[in-house]
Ligand binder design. Sequence first.
Ligand SMILES: Cc1cc2nc3c(=O)[nH]c(=O)nc-3n(C[C@H](O)[C@H](O)[C@H](O)COP(=O)(O)OP(=O)(O)OC[C@H]3O[C@@H](n4cnc5c(N)ncnc54)[C@H](O)[C@@H]3O)c2cc1C
Length: 338
Amino acid sequence: MPLISSAKKRKLITELAQMLQQRPGPLRLFAKFPLVKQLSRFYIAGEKMSDAIRVAKEMRAEGKMVTIDHLGEETKRPIQAEEDAAVYKKLIQAISKEELVDHADLSLKLTQVGLNTGEGFCVEKLTEVLELAQERRVTVWVDMEGSKYTEGTIKIIEALRPRFPNLRGVIQAMMKSSNSHVARLLKLGATIRLCKGAYKEPPDIAYQHRAGDIRANFLKIVDKQLFPSKIYHGIATHDEFIIKETIKLAKKHKLTEKDFEFQMLYGVKKELQDELIKLKYQLRLYVPFGEDWLPYFLRRVSENPDIAEDFTHDLIERLHTEHNIDLHWLHPHFKHRE
Ligand SMILES: Cc1cc2nc3c(=O)[nH]c(=O)nc-3n(C[C@H](O)[C@H](O)[C@H](O)COP(=O)(O)OP(=O)(O)OC[C@H]3O[C@@H](n4cnc5c(N)ncnc54)[C@H](O)[C@@H]3O)c2cc1C
């Protein structure tokens, strides 16, 4: 018998992660534990830009592309938005100088570059980043945040995409409005990253079941909107069912492995990543870096109880294979998982 049941363990991890996110004191203390910092490195490149560039080179050696994200929470201070935009400009220069343009691009959140300060200010900051990115041939993905920012984000992409073909958008399949937002981005000829969505949203505006209605809407968008458009898109998921179905849909729409890319989070489901590379599919990993790493790390664990379960499984496997620490006794079920 396992010491702790699987459901209890998931609940414990989720509650611990949620509790820590709400308490800045213990959060800061938690971040100082060497083990926590070490564990976060499975999912986060490191605190410095040079860490992200190093990971980009390591991933290139494995045949994987990356999109680099500078970690940062929503900011309401214009000076912080200026600083974040400056970091992204430095990142563009680093990608260009290190000759990584064909393998690395960047992902940013509009609230990092001033969306909370005002739409005009945000457009100004984003334009500065896009101008430099276009000059250096670097692509920019605008991440999609919680529902209060969805319309604002789409509107800003609509305003800037005609001038910047290097601008790409993200759509969350969990949102009931996703089909119409996809249609608006396709009208611009824009490349779309389709993901399930990482934010908790109410049932009147969002589907709730990740392996049910969200999965169904995801595949419907791929089949009815993304693949018929013949535009290059990103399919961002670790859901093996969606990945298998996407491969079937690509065949149905007569697309080759080069006509779209899969996307996953750095450090998640490495075996699945390697399998896709072996099958000659294109894969881009989301690689975050920065000092503000703990909220991102805890969100990955707490937002989805399934992630908490997989996180524990991954952790136990990696501690065993990479550090020779055997924690399989915690739950014998882990021994038999794929
Ligand atoms: C490249 C990329 C960019 C993204 N950009 C955005 C964005 O802009 N906006 C947004 O809202 N969301 C974004 N996301 C997050 C996305 O919306 C999902 O929350 C996340 O990918 C998990 O959903 P899933 O499709 O993998 O399916 P799920 O049903 O959540 O997971 C499928 C399987 O993968 C496992 N898994 C998933 N995540 C992890 C993890 N962290 N550790 C261990 N196992 C895991 C699950 O446990 C499950 O077994 C992005 C994701 C990726 C890969």
